[in-house]
Design a protein around this ligand. Sequence first.
Ligand code: NCD
Ligand code: ZN
Length: 355
Amino acid sequence: MVILHYAPFDAHVHFRRAHLLKAVAPYTARQCWGAVVMPNTAPHILTPEDARRYKIDVAASLGERFFPVMTGYLTPQTTPEDVECGFKGRVWYAMKAYPPGATTHSAEGVAGRALLHHPALPVMQELGMPLLLHGEVNFDGVEVDPYDREAVFIDEVLGELLTRYPRLKISLEHITTEYAATFIQKHGSDRLVCTITAHHLLLDRRDFFRGGPNPHLHCWPVLKRSGDREALRALVARNTSFVIAGSDSAPHPTTSKERACGCAGGVFTAHALVPLYTQILEEIGALDALENFLCLNGPRFFSISPKRAHMVLRQSPWTMNTCIPVGDGSVVRPFGYHENPEERFQFSWRISEFV
Ligand code: NCD
Ligand code: ZN
């Protein structure tokens, strides 16, 4: 049995809009009191007004008790005035930077080194407003190998960001490599944190390629080597304040995933978020780190008070036996589901109480 005295918080989630929002967001709200909601919706969250409206849509699906920590999508056109106004008005709490072409709906993002000169950054530094980084360089004059994109970002962009803006709060999102884990272990602090997904802690590229590439395990950044996964696990097990649970749960209808060419990137894990992280931390003997990783470190980075709660988790095996209907006729295939019952992922923990 595991008892948490604070409620889980997902520091990186994709809720989407419309039918998809209504179908997926309740899974997060069942397990977490709040979450950092990504702005790469269609249309994107570009202004404080967009964020305010989107927050109303989220509240319509989840009620007022759930705390959506809204974020803005940083583009070359984003003005420092909008960034400041949305932050001071507590409409959005952070800006997210996407390299164009690196992932879903990233075309309007800010490319690699151009980020270093974005006029919003000095203002964010003064405000104490976090910059969330999709930490990959996908194009650098030539197309960068997907397995190297994170390391190239650290070497060519992150290092200079940290020195150019010595007080800017930065989160390197969904890290996937030993290279990033080592960097964070060395430089992690109150102002430099990382998030880690459950699927990158659980899987490596062998899982993706076994039996033929599995579109349902395709995500950005892509799954890496088993040694990378081990390094991420070791980083979490160190139980530091700068390593944060962020699911990057990214739902796509199966019609966008099961395509011969052009498979959408993203794994949907929100339905099992707390059980999965618990299972992984138990496996690595780090259950003592669970509360910091999942409940406390995220809110602290965003300067939000964590939420006291009483959550009891018990060991009790289960499988995910259905896909999730979206309401517009499409379905989302959740992590762990398989048509063949014998191939379904064995989850080992359940939430038995959450008040
Ligand atoms: C995310 C999505 O689908 O929005 N996809 C993914 O593979 N992780 C975007 C992102 O966080 O990169
Ligand atoms: Zn994401």
